[in-house]
Design a protein. Sequence first.
Length: 263
Amino acid sequence: MSHSLITNVLKLSRASTCALAFALVFLPYYFHTRELWPSVALAIPIFSIAMCMFILNDINDIERDRINHPGRPIPAGAITVETAAIVYLMLFGVSLALVRVLIETSAHYVYLLGFLLAINYNTIVNNVPKLKTPYVAFTATIPVFIVNTAAGGAVIPISLAAAIFLFVLGREILMDLQDSPGDGLTLAKSFSIRAACIVAFALQAVAMLALGLHLSNPVRLISLALILLMFVFVLVRWKVAASRPFLINLMKLQLVAALVFLF
């Protein structure tokens, strides 16, 4: 496999976002058990499942991406649909094998739920686009259920899962506003642009309030302060259209900062 193909596959599969999904499983489980390999083994399949989801999404969204994201590998011509499909099928098989080999049978159902959500994402986008945004937000909470199932208890409080859901829901609404020219009738289009922005930022504010219920040490306090600073920056700069792609990526950094609340 050439270097350029590997690079394009990593772009296609949103490797950085997949790494965040990996961290959402690995970090809390590792700090709970202090066992390195079991924590890595628990997180590896969610990384490959996330890769599958993003590749399948880009295969399905070729026409939308020609309008909204022409620089992505498929619409840009850097990788063909056929190659993307082959990579997807390979990763799908690898993911199933990883779950079978690395994960205890009692936790298989959570990973299968992740598979189910990943595979049916495009069905939701194509047929019930208004459900796309909450669908993605719920999918983002799957790592919480994986950790709690593997640990046999509520290692991560459900209130933190709710905070992840609300924050991602707000981010997805803002992303849908950016992608509105090529998208269908998404949830964001149920409101005026101003109302959709207010709803999105209000959801993220509630998520941060939920984090505030878990300020059990100075590190979490510092993390929440950074998240709040980034939130204010995004809120102030959002009116500048050219800044929005950067601001959406900055929200991913807020999620990284929030990882300290998971352990």
